[in-house]
Design a protein around this ligand. Structure first.
Ligand SMILES: Cc1cc2nc3c(=O)[nH]c(=O)nc-3n(C[C@H](O)[C@H](O)[C@H](O)COP(=O)(O)OP(=O)(O)OC[C@H]3O[C@@H](n4cnc5c(N)ncnc54)[C@H](O)[C@@H]3O)c2cc1C
Ligand code: SF4
Length: 503
């Protein structure tokens, strides 16, 4: 194995791996050459190419090897580095218009770094040093890590050990002196087929009865016993057609697959939690705090949509109308709101005992909660500005037809400053981002990725400091406020309510 240095060597590294991937009821021979899968591989390749064109943004000097590696493999040692993650994510969203699939792995490394440290401190385990060894290995070859947290979960009202079928959550079947064997299924796995390794992690708070579900470990994506079933996306087969117009974004796309684990081996040196059920909630919380502000990626994708909306307005000849300008202002306002809350969470990052920086929980949840809604309003405005052709355009084959093609181009012309094809391409891009393949990333992933909306509301509710705020109000209203043993004082001299674990 050679170190991956650019997009091309990354794509080469994925060849001949004999992964078991099902798509349309058949095994895929070589995912790299599959026309429906390739755009998702191109999106990750872009993360490597950006590291060459803008090394300060998308790469770091590895503390393990002294060589440059992707920022996606780096554990942050300052708030500035958390901020740079967000800046890189926005840039990649702008360059690909889609999900570039690497942030779950990045956020898994960062959260595990502090959690393994704190676990070892309490239990005398050696997970942290094993994690550092694994990080060093990933840096040596500059590899891609996927993050496998979400289990299929069965009946949502039941804990893992209460499920009728124990495989509804990934769990340990067997322990040997060399490692453990796990079975279960992880759903919606972003970029898993395009990764080199996967980090399996529990998806929720666990109790003692769920001990065998408290497993964190790194698995090569090629491991025996793993089967991938590729997820369908709206309009996905357009990538398999001739031409580059109807697909909207011919080069880039996202990827999700279901991953089935049938007695998959995890070696001892790659196990970073085994049975410590009382640390599962801490890991989920730290991971989601990183990951919910990673959704600033959507502000980069939003920049593309704003550009498409402004372009179609020009192509329709209406760009000077005041309501059009106002709608573009509204889109920008929404988009910057996402970015502002995400990057603020990073700027408020603080040092954990391990030395790794953790971002601000409240602002991260506020960022992701905006993401569950604001891209939908932006999509609505872009479709408003596009006009009805965003959903009724004839096909590329009709445009190129020897008899009707000329007539179609004549009738599909807008402002004389642009060709019909240019107008059609922008309409197809808006379709792609708001109803087609990349609406998976821009809209549905925005709702559910890193947890459905209610998950953020629960966290915001836990952190909203109502008692403290009531004291502020009462004090100004002239009501006497007494010292309360449940309040703690922070370094700025403010009283804060103790946050109790209510789940
Ligand atoms: C495009 C995409 C990419 C993703 N990428 C990844 C990835 O790379 N890695 C990964 O690990 N995960 C990934 N996810 C998974 C994501 O985190 C989950 O989709 C999310 O946590 C919701 O889980 P679910 O899909 O099982 O929906 P559910 O949990 O079934 O949620 C459906 C609804 O039920 C509600 N609900 C759920 N449980 C309860 C309950 N106990 N009581 C009351 N209401 C409840 C929810 O609030 C929601 O409204 C991705 C998801 C998407 C859509
Ligand atoms: S949805 Fe955004 S944060 Fe998540 S992996 Fe894709 S690009 Fe990264």
């Amino acid at each position: 194995m050679k170190k991956i240095t650019d997009g091309k060597s990354y794509i080469d590294s994925l060849r001949n791996r004999n992964l078991i991937v099902y798509l349309f009821g058949e095994k895929v021979k070589e995912p790299v050459d599959h026309k429906m899968i390739r755009p998702s591989i191109n999106a990750i390749a872009k993360t490597y190419d950006l590291a060459i064109s803008n090394p300060d943004l998308a790469s770091v000097v590895s503390p393990f090897t002294g060589e440059r590696v992707s920022r996606f493999l780096h554990v942050c040692t300052s708030a500035e580095e958390l901020v740079l993650q967000n800046k890189m994510q926005r840039k990649l969203g702008q360059l690909t218009g889609t999900c570039f699939q690497r942030c779950v792995g990045m956020d898994a490394f960062n959260s595990l770094y502090s959690v393994t440290y704190e676990m070892d401190e309490v239990n005398g385990s050696v997970y942290h040093s094993k994690l550092k060894e694994f990080l060093k290995f990933m840096h040596q070859y500059n590899l891609v890590l996927g993050g496998a947290m979400t289990d299929v979960k069965g009946d949502r009202s039941l804990a893992p050990h209460q499920q009728e079928d124990p495989d509804m959550f990934l769990h340990i079947n067997k322990r040997t002196d060399k490692g453990v064997y796990v079975s279960g299924a992880k759903a919606h796995q972003t970029g898993c087929i395009n990764s080199h390794w996967m980090m399996v992690m529990p998806t929720m708070r666990l109790s003692e009865a769920d001990k065998d579900y408290a497993i964190v470990g790194a698995v090569p994506v090629t491991a025996e016993g793993i089967t991938y079933i590729y997820g369908r996306q709206s309009c996905d087969t357009r990538s398999m057609e001739e031409g580059s117009i109807d697909v909207g974004n011919a080069e880039y796309g996202g990827q999700e697959a279901m991953v089935l684990f049938d007695n998959v081996f995890i070696a001892n040196e790659h196990i970073f939690m085994d049975g410590e059920y009382d640390f599962a909630a801490l890991l989920v919380e730290r991971f989601t705090t990183y990951h919910r502000r990673s959704y600033v990626c959507k502000s980069g994708v939003g920049d593309v949509l704003i550009g498409a909306a402004a372009s179609i307005a020009e192509m329709n000849g209406v760009e000077k109308a005041s309501h059009i300008k106002d709608k573009l202002v509204q889109m920008s306002h929404l988009n910057e709101t996402i970015y502002a809350t995400g990057i603020a969470s990073s700027y408020q990052g603080f040092k954990t005992k391990s030395g790794c920086y953790q971002c601000d929980d409240m602002l991260s949840n506020v960022c992701k909660h905006h993401v569950t809604k604001l891209p939908f309003e932006m999509a609505q405005i872009s479709q408003d500005l596009a006009g009805g052709f965003v959903s009724t355009l004839p096909s590329e084959k009709d445009l190129n037809h020897p008899e009707i093609g000329k007539l179609l181009k004549k009738y599909l012309k807008g402002s004389s400053r642009f060709s019909s094809e240019e107008r059609i391409r922008i309409l197809r891009l808006i379709e792609n981002m708001t109803m087609g393949r990349n609406a998976v990333g821009y809209l549905t992933e925005s709702v559910h990725g890193a947890g459905s909306p209610q998950a953020q509301r629960v966290q915001i509710g836990r952190m909203m400091q109502l008692e403290y705020k009531k004291r502020l109000a009462k004090s100004l209203a002239g009501i006497e406020v007494k010292t309360d043993k449940n309040m703690i004082i922070n370094e700025l001299g403010d009283y804060f309510e103790r946050v109790f674990d209510t789940n």
